[in-house]
Structure formats: structure tokens, C-alpha cells
Design a protein around this ligand. Sequence first.
Ligand code: ACO
Length: 429
Amino acid sequence: MSDTAKLTLGDIQQELPVIEGTECERGIDIRQLRARTGLIAYDPGYGNTGSCESAITYIDGEKGILRYRGIPIEQFAENPNFIEVAWLLIFGDLPSEEEYHSFAAELKVHANLDEGMKHQFEGFPRSAPPMAILSAMINALSCFHPELHELEDAESVRSTTARLLSKIRTIAAYAYRHSRGLPYMYPDPKLRYVPNFLHMMFSRPYDEFLCDETVRDAVNLVLILHADHEQNCSTSTVRMVGSSHANLFASCAAGVCALWGPLHGGANVEVLRMLERIHQGKITPEEYVRLAKDKESSARLMGFGHRVYKNFDPRAKILGQMAERLLSYTGKNDPLLDIARRLEEIALEDPYFVERKLYPNVDFYSGLILRAIGIPTNMFTVMFSMGRLPGWIAHWWEQRQNGDNKIMRPRQIYTGRNQNDYVPLAKRP
Ligand code: ACO
């Protein structure tokens, strides 16, 4: 097998090295292309561009495989523990018992926000989108920790990571409480990561929210399955911002902004809207699927299809099972789950979806789980951000550790006017 690619364009003959990853994915290394030939690679949307080498997450979209540091995500589903997965992603290995316990203790220490930050919540209107509050408050954290702007070693990254992972759930819960006019609940150091978050969300003064095991597992699972997905839009944003040596708080706040967009983090909200529309009797599942196939209509079967997966999104399978488990445990019969199952059944037998390799993606069931737990729809993307935070940190840190950490600066093909002259205002037509 050749380890160089040959480019021929008119008189230009150029050999380009081919690099290969540990799962035999191959790429043409074009770093010297412009210097040697004057040409650049044109790839809007970066669908064919490898922006880095990374050892964090592996996806095979054809086979429906997703692994964190080599471990298939299915293996995290039995006893889901988000903190363990966060450590794995960021530091490369599963934590030892000692590492796990001392990290968990550190998370407890950092759960509170500076009281000054609490007042900042008051300045936001009640109707403020929680994602706006989240990104603003993560950025605000950097004001309270100027000593953590320069991170050079694993120790300082660990300590900043503990603050971020711990405080993001406090910020998320406070954003929700603020929107409802509810008093903020301080974190309870007796509680573990997820129960503590649910306590801050749902406890009321003198009325403590009791988190049972199934709910705890469901939230852990949702967070784990969102924890990383290699070079997606928000992670690439974090890397882009981090490449200028912006601090970790600022880089992660930028990740939140990227995730806020409906094309990225907002799809599970759209799935619920679709299911509710069907539930309200406005359209039947069969009619909706027909509409989604109709090229004259803009409707799509939400929660189906993926840019990378041309097979079942492995996360959807796990979340589908969790949705069943959660609802049968709570004894709540959510008619939306039945509608989702019916849509899935119809689509998986329909040649339109089969031929285009359109399968359920992570968003198809995640909203149903969050809804069953009582998380309001406008908090879904915030939950996604909490889950994705370890991935952002892992990529930011990996990039820092990499020797060839250049500032990211894509090129373009200019399509504007050629040189023309400035016309003074009085002489313009
Ligand atoms: N419903 C109906 N038709 C679909 C759907 C869908 N959900 N998804 C793709 N198609 C069709 C397209 O119309 C196109 O048909 P054509 O070949 O006849 O023109 C074909 O399948 C290929 O579609 P593309 O848009 O090229 O597929 P791409 O891989 O670029 O898009 C995307 C992936 C954006 C996720 C798309 O499948 C979609 O819009 N799905 C619904 C929204 C959704 O669930 N988004 C969440 C994605 S997961 C995440 O971001 C975390």
C-alpha cells in the first residue's frame, strides 16, 4: 500500500504523505500543499477535513460504533457513572479507586458558586434563555479564578476541571430556578454528582427532592452518552478558541454558544415538538412519515439521520432502552414514547429511510427521558452542555499537550471584486 498520494494539476506534480490512525483511518497530509504548489484544499463545512489527530473518541459511522478511549460506550451503560467517564476522557485512563474518590471529594468542595455570582443571576430577565446564562456564567467564572488562566500541567488542569464540572451543574440549576422565580438551593455535600444536581433543580426549602436509583442512572447515562463525539461543531469551536491560548473557561463558554444552535444541540426539542403534534391529533404517525419524505415539504423525521452515522446511532439504542426502563419504573405511561416507537417501526421498514441509511439518532429518545425526569424543554440543551463539558475539556487539554499546537486559521477562496478605487462620498452615484 502506498504511503504517499500523488497530485497532478497541469505542470504540478506533488507527492503528499498519507497518515494512518490506530483504527486504520487514512488521511492525506496537505500541510505543505500551499507552500509547495500555491494550492489550498477547499472543503466548506469541513466534512472531509481532519483538523487534528486525537486519541479521545473513535466513531465508525458505517458500523454504528462509538468508543471513548477505546471502550465501547455500551459498556458504560450498566452502572453509569458520569464522573468516571469524565476522568477517562480528560486524563486518558479510568481512574483508580484513589483517584476517583479524591476527584469526587474535590467536586464536592467546588460545588458552590461565589456569592457574588449569585447576584449576577438576578440581573438576567426571568425569560433569559438558560443557554445564554450558562455561557455568560462559565465566562464569569474566569473572573473569579484569574490564577487558573494559564494551565501548564496536569495538576492545574485537574483542579480547573473539578471546578468547571462541579460548578456547571450549580449554574445550570440556578438558571432554571431563576427562570421560575424559585429560591436557589445550595449544593448538598452529602450528595453525589447527579443527585446533587437534581436536588439543586427540584428541592424546595424544607422539602427535599429524593433521587431514586433509576432516575440517577438515567441522568448519568444521558450525560455519558453526550460526553464526547470527536470533532463536532462545539468541540471544534472549543479547539478553535483554545488554539489562541484562550483560557479553559472562555473556551468552554464558546462551546456552549456553538451547542446552543438548533442544528447542533437543539434537535431533541424538535423531536418532542413533533411527537406532541402527533399526540395532539394534528397528524398521524403514518401521515408524518409521508410528510417527512415529501420533497415539497420542509418537514423531516426529527431524531432520524446523522451526518456521521449511516447505521443505528449506538447512543439511540441505549437511550431507547433507558426510556422504557425509566417509564416502567415510574409507572408513568408517556404516550409520546408509544408514538416514538411507532414512528421508528414505520421508518425502519420504509425503503426511503432504509435506502438513505436514516436511523434513530441520540436525540430521538433523550428528550423523552429528560421529560420523564421533569427537566423542562428549555433546559435540554443545558443538559447536553453538562454532558459535553468533559469532551470539551479533554480536547482543549489534548490540543495544549500536542507539540504542533498552532493557532487555527483556515484559508479561503476569495470571490469578491477585483481591485477598484475608493470614491469620495460626494462623488458616489
Ligand atoms: N427525514 C427525512 N428525510 C431525511 C432525513 C430525515 N430526518 N434526514 C435526511 N433525509 C434525507 C434528505 O432529504 C436527503 O434526501 P435526498 O437524498 O432525497 O435529497 C437524504 O436523506 C440525505 O440527507 P442529508 O441532509 O444530505 O443528510 P446529512 O447527513 O447531511 O444530514 C441530518 C444529517 C442533518 C442530521 C439530517 O439527517 C436531519 O436533518 N435529521 C433530522 C434532524 C435531527 O435529528 N438532527 C439531530 C442530528 S444528531 C446531533 O446533531 C446531535
